[in-house]
Design a protein around this ligand. Sequence first.
Ligand code: AMP
Ligand code: ZN
Ligand code: FE
Ligand code: FE
Length: 292
Amino acid sequence: MLTMSESVIDLHTHTTFSDGSVSPTELVNLAHKAGARAIAITDHDTIEGLAEGRQAAAEIGIEFIDGIEISAEFSPGTMHILGYGVDPRSTPLRSTLAELVDSRDERNPQIAERLKVLGVDINYEDVVELARGDVVGRPHFARLLVERGYAETIKDAFDRYLAKGAPAYVAKRRLAYHEAIALIHDAGGVAVLAHPYQLALDSLDEVERFVAQLASAGLDGIEAIYSRHSKDERAAYSEMALGLGLLITGGSDYHGSYKPDISIVRGTGDLSVPYSLLATLKERLPQAPAQT
Ligand code: AMP
Ligand code: ZN
Ligand code: FE
Ligand code: FE
């Protein structure tokens, strides 16, 4: 029999409420089938999928963690902060996320405009329809570009049109990292730096100096065990976390058909996030107030 620490989990997934292709119920069922003992949903800028996910998880008998993924201002690469154990009823969290979604809704038609100038004939309404949920993201544009023959794959659509530095890229409002961390803490959660390789810094030393700065702003952990991190990167970021007194977390960043090479729980095949990381994370969560 597996001991508790040998069970696997997935703490980074997206549903149709942001830019994943499966519903929270489907996602929880897939995670269960893949052998996960616990699953977190971490949609971009929205907590609207959590209630459905929690309900599905209770029905199937798998542990559920409320999550969120928030983009923060950063250059040269991108910085995403994950929040775990956030209270979906938190008013500051809800109102800030609503602002972030509003700013997406300002940016997205501008992406459509740029695509039009580049000779791409797609209507923004079609992107919204394809997205279904309340958060429209670049992967939805990418999907439509593929469907309409303007790109070979989602990755090709990003490379040619949508990625930072590509001709249809339009920046959206992002929180400063200390704001994202404080927002997650205010909502009772722990804040974790997602996929540090995406910071696109030159060396591990540079990442470490920057993460130390994030830790001073209250960062609680590093997502060391990530689909697109090599074995060496997973080890190096885990060591970095331990050295800085931070939690280690892990997840696939499953998006269904929007990231077709990434499977839930298993990543690109070699992912294995032990339950013990979640057990340690939960010790950092503030105790929920007693129900009266
Ligand atoms: P958005 O929040 O709308 O700006 O889009 C963010 C989403 O786009 C996330 O799911 C990212 O993983 C995805 N993404 C960003 N850059 C790329 C890229 N170069 N190739 C594929 N997906 C990307
Ligand atoms: Zn995404
Ligand atoms: Fe991310
Ligand atoms: Fe993600």
